[in-house]
Ligand binder design. Structure first.
Ligand SMILES: Cc1cc2nc3c(=O)[nH]c(=O)nc-3n(C[C@H](O)[C@H](O)[C@H](O)COP(=O)(O)OP(=O)(O)OC[C@H]3O[C@@H](n4cnc5c(N)ncnc54)[C@H](O)[C@@H]3O)c2cc1C
Length: 423
């Protein structure tokens, strides 16, 4: 048994007995064919909970080729599943191409982001996995399988939570490269946000609201505008543009000075070459239908005095609906209410049920890769197509090789006795 280490944030120490950093697809197949007991794929470890863990073996495909290549008419690329978004973005830009969006940080792997429904912000921008057009994966028997977007089950493969196999290659829809301006605005009145929420989030291609809940106004509005589109951002006249010394730390954040730059240096919040986010932290995020955004935000504001002492920052984003089975914005245009917490684990554990209680009337869903307090009943209520996903995972992996305690506790996989093979 070797020490597999922790998640990026240190909020979970892996219990898996070994980590295999595969160098090729046949090597991944060989691992599964050797009947190794429980196996899970591990990405870049940026999830905050135990979702990636296994009672047995973790397999990383971060080093597995192939290098990206452009397919067919140039509107699709094929990538090794372990490539980090930041590396992919640089390669795409060199080829005059772009993705529809990025998450806040470019350090995560494409397969890891797909598997948890990772998203950025944008009224018209769905989660990152929405760009996926085909997936190749190694199944529980070690066979290499391919599934394409015209398969009726494809929605179950997108936010797959690592539950059906080790994804080795992904094809993504791409578009011509574009340029973006990013500006930071200070002090948006809460009343303006409540009454004109749609105008605020439509003021850019991608809009993020950063605040503490007890602040007299929403502290900061980060607006990313594509240079080839026009926007009515008159609602932001009620704010003022940030002075240089008010902007987020310019060494780790992408430029917020209104200058135009390539999409890959504006759509993510963080630069690839720097340490992202705030460091010692825990993250949680909840999704509600965007039609109910104002009421949900008001409900969380009611807990401001409890939340703020433990909060580093909240970020509110919008995510366009998608057709995945387990995506956080599946079937409904959504708002994500995110919390970056200080590393006070007991306080955060105590707060999450309180937040989930006030958000319960809004049919709230949690981020699969961040801290939450959901149980199987509430997950089932939040995801009407969970039974379909569960039977897909069972069909592909009848003995539960890719299952783990987290998925079983949430009712995504049935409880399994350990699959055959040494642990
Ligand atoms: C600083 C920071 C900022 C973040 N910002 C955002 C954000 O803006 N938006 C957002 O939605 N989330 C955000 N997250 C969360 C993060 O994007 C997700 O948790 C994402 O899943 C992490 O990807 P990863 O490669 O680290 O995967 P891991 O955390 O290593 O794994 C996540 C899941 O993916 C599965 N998986 C990984 N690789 C494969 C594979 N090859 N085949 C099959 N399954 C696989 C694992 O089994 C596991 O279930 C942030 C996290 C951090 C630390």
């Amino acid at each position: 048994m070797t020490d597999v280490g922790e998640t990026w944030s240190g909020t979970h120490r892996f219990g898996a007995r070994r980590l295999i950093a595969a160098q090729s697809v046949p090597e991944v197949q060989e691992v599964l064919r050797s009947r190794p007991g429980p196996v899970r794929a591990l990405g870049t470890r940026h999830s905050f909970n135990e979702i990636a863990d296994s009672a047995g073996t973790l397999v990383s495909v971060l080093d597995v080729p192939p290098a990206p290549r452009v397919l067919g008419g140039g509107d699709r690329v094929s990538v090794g599943a372990g490539i980090r978004y930041g590396e992919l973005a640089l390669w795409l830009e060199e080829h005059g191409l772009a993705l529809h969006n990025m998450g806040s940080l470019p350090h995560i792997s494409v397969a890891g982001a797909m598997s948890t429904g990772t998203h950025g912000s944008g009224d018209r921008l769905p989660m990152l996995a929405d760009a996926v057009r085909a997936i190749e994966f190694v199944d529980a028997a070690g066979a290499l399988q391919r599934v394409e977007s015209d398969d009726w089950r494809f929605g179950g493969f997108l936010v797959g939570l690592g539950a059906y196999g080790i994804v080795t290659r992904i094809e993504l829809a791409v578009q011509p490269s574009y340029r973006v301006r990013q500006r930071l605005h200070i002090g948006l009145d809460w009343g303006v946000l409540a009454e004109r929420f749609d105008e605020v989030t439509a003021s850019g291609t991608s809009v993020s609201l950063f605040t503490h809940w007890g602040s007299p106004s929403v502290e900061r509005v980060l607006v990313k505008q594509r240079a080839d589109a026009s926007f009515d951002d008159s609602v932001l006249a009620t704010t003022r543009e940030a002075e240089p010394d008010e902007r987020f730390d310019q060494r780790s954040w992408t430029p917020q000075d209104g200058s135009e730059g390539p999409w890959l240096l504006r759509m993510p919040h963080f630069r690839l070459e720097e340490t992202p986010s705030f460091g010692e932290e825990i993250q949680s995020e909840y999704f509600v239908a965007r039609t109910r955004a104002a009421a949900a935000i008001a409900a969380v504001r009611g807990l401001a005095a409890e939340i703020d002492p433990h909060l580093i920052i909240t970020e509110v984003r919008t995510i366009a609906a998608d057709d995945s089975w387990l995506g956080p914005a599946s079937g409904r245009d959504s708002v994500g209410i995110h919390f970056t917490w200080a590393r006070d684990e007991d306080a955060v554990r105590a707060l999450l049920p309180r937040i989930e209680q006030v958000l319960a009337p809004f049919d709230v869903r949690p981020h699969w890769g961040k801290w939450h307090a959901f149980d199987a009943d509430r997950i089932a209520a939040a995801y009407p197509r969970l039974p379909l996903a569960r039977s897909l995972f069972r069909e592909l992996d009848p003995t539960g090789v890719f299952s783990n305690e987290y998925l079983e506790a949430l009712g995504v996989r049935e409880a399994h006795t350990s699959p055959t093979g040494p642990l």
